[in-house]
Design a protein around this ligand. Sequence first.
Ligand code: KE4
Length: 427
Amino acid sequence: MSMSHKLFLEAQKYLPGGVNSPVRAWRAVGGDPLFIQRGRGCRVIDADGQEYIDYVGSWGPLIVGHAHSQVVRALGETLKRGTSFGAPTPREIELAKILVEAVPSLEKVRLTSSGTEAAMTALRLARGYTGRTKIIKFAGCYHGHSDALLVRAGSGALTFSTPDSAGVPEAFASQTLVAEYNDLASVEVYLKAEPAAIAAVIVEPIPGNMGLVLPKPDFLAGLRSLTRAYGVVLIFDEVISGFRVARGGAQEIYGIDPDLTCLGKVIGGGLPLAAVGGKRAIMDLLSPLGPVYQAGTLSGNPLAVTAGIETLKLMGSPGAYARLNELGSLMAEGLRAAIQDSGIVACVNQLGSMFTVFFGVDQVQDYATATRSDTQLFARYFQGMIDRGIYLPPSQFETAFISLVHGEAEIEETLAAAKQVFLSLRS
Ligand code: KE4
């Protein structure tokens, strides 16, 4: 019996499903999850000492790789001065300044400890600012697990077919309208029906939670003009895409000026840190300045802020994003060639250092096409890649991540494994 299996049996005695976050349980792909004992660069080592090339990267934060010496050194220095004070600290200003200077639409930010808090706060700000109550989200997009947003949600909610979670009162869910990503008409119909009722539209500009899906030309610009026309707050949830696809995130790539933005993952460098930010007129509604309450014991925690600052410094080095794009293209081209050679039906969506292979479909551009993919074939692909030392996200409805410390050698090793696995899927 493997050490991971032993640990999983023990974990299930005390933790529901043996995990502290559902997608980690490998329910969608079968078998027991690997228990990871350490990370090193672009690799993780499991409880049995097996090494894997890591494309989960803690679901995005580890963009500079595990245990980067510059991050570890800075954390060590910070730790000597204590872990948390529940008081303002100088480095919170430093991180806030980095975020505001990097993301064009940000005038002020509030640091939180999770993306869920950031998205929840963004909605509360939009409702406080407009005095309206309804929100529009998109099927398959995931914005954390606050009640208002667990409606037709993606990520683990989609993976486990609980996109509308139990325990969310109908009174809450009824305030959330669901549109279709890449379909502006599905948004406009709501706005026309209740022009004065909708406080916000929240969107993952580049969705990673139904697998990776790319915005159609003018979709995001269309959202911006529709929300402006109806006085609706546009919220870009860039918890995944922020500082991942570009320093300024998706809004930099597509030239969009959202009213509010949620950030997370990369900006915490693997420690619990996220942020909500945007226009001063909205952000200044936040307590203690204004009437919209939000708080957090560990918000802006010194260790998390340190890891974030060092990670963003490393991502500020010249050519960092060009390098991620180069590795991402190499991966996507190789995967497409391997799919073609194998004769299986599958497609690859890729943008920068994010990619997803969808099985049983030849293109995925929205929730309907993503959910038509063959999740059983995905499970076989996942297991085949694990057997060959490649650690992918354990769900068809997640995106894989390449880090700055992956190299051509790792990409080639991954492609060689994929070639074999795709051929094995033909039977
Ligand atoms: P957290 O509360 O998990 O820090 O962030 C929630 C969140 C918000 N917005 C987006 C676009 C997100 O992707 C997430 C969280 N992402 C998932 C994976 N896709 C986290 C992994 C997990 O749930 O274990």
